[in-house]
Design a protein around this ligand. Structure first.
Ligand code: ADP
Length: 246
């Protein structure tokens, strides 16, 4: 399936007014990979995710997957914002939120067929939410809420998931569960690009990384890309001065 596609970023540059958020990013992001976006606050990680979605006007450059502009990749692309702006008191069940993934495909006057319902069931099952399907969404834990949005993306038919800081605010058990899920998706050939703060986590569990500081500092396999020297460069830390002890 999508395993051989590559996101090609060529000279991607984004401004917000006068502020440069991304400057001349040229990189390839392979599909069928687990890609960590790493860099200090304000490095442009969220901006890059939105650019990959095709939502942002680029000042310069272009992004393509195969010959396609990202705007034409629905339903393959799904995005999870950092803090979903959700009214948690809204009277809606987990199943209804996951079913929203099917709405864009139903068309005007579209009806939920048995096949549509089955897709929703499968997504709930895949994210281990079947037992919680009838619950009001406010009753879920942070990790379960996140799984609900991942299930909605799966119901949509996505195979490329863009996640903005998915580990933020999760406890250890929920983080471990999410890592396990992402590894399973990786084995299935799905693609995940995620903004990640925890360097050790990115090194240990992601296959690839892009290290950003408005410009691209390094890109490639996670362990090499996130070397101490590269991290120092991206975070503007001074290299340790060696051999100067008296
Ligand atoms: P990160 O996700 O790495 O923290 P962002 O992509 O959020 O970085 O931000 C990159 C830069 O762009 C920062 O300097 C930030 O202040 C600025 N920025 C982000 N979003 C906006 C916006 N909507 N309007 C103006 N500036 C923004």
């Amino acid at each position: 399936m999508a395993g051989h596609d590559i996101f090609r970023l060529q000279d991607v540059t984004v401004h917000y007014g006068q502020r440069t958020a991304l400057d001349g990013i040229t990189a390839h992001i392979p599909c069928g990979a687990l890609v960590a976006l790493v860099g200090p606050n304000g490095a442009g990680k969220s901006t890059l995710l939105r650019a990959l979605l095709g939502w942002l006007p680029l000042t310069r450059g272009e992004i393509r997957l195969g010959d396609k502009h990202p705007r034409h990749l629905h339903p393959r692309l799904a995005y999870l914002p950092q803090r979903p702006e959700v009214d948690w008191d809204f009277p809606i069940s987990v199943r209804e939120v996951v079913a929203q993934g099917r709405w864009p495909s139903l068309g005007l006057f579209g009806r939920f067929t048995a096949a549509e319902r089955e897709r929703v069931d499968r997504a709930l099952e895949e994210l281990d939410l079947t037992a919680l399907a009838g619950e009001q969404i406010r009753r879920l834990s942070g990790g379960q809420q996140q799984r609900m949005f991942l299930a909605r993306a799966v119901a949509q038919g996505a195979d490329i998931f863009l996640l903005d800081e998915p580990f933020a605010g999760l406890d250890l058990a929920a983080s471990a569960e999410l890592i396990h899920l992402l590894q399973r998706w990786l084995a299935q050939g799905r693609t995940v690009v995620a903004a990640v703060h925890d360097l050790a986590l990115a090194r240990a569990h992601f296959s690839h990384a892009l290290l950003l500081d408005t410009r691209l500092v390094a890109a490639g396999p996670a362990a090499e890309t996130l070397s101490d020297a590269n991290i120092d460069l991206a975070y503007h830390r001074r290299m340790p001065v060696l051999g100067v002890r008296p």
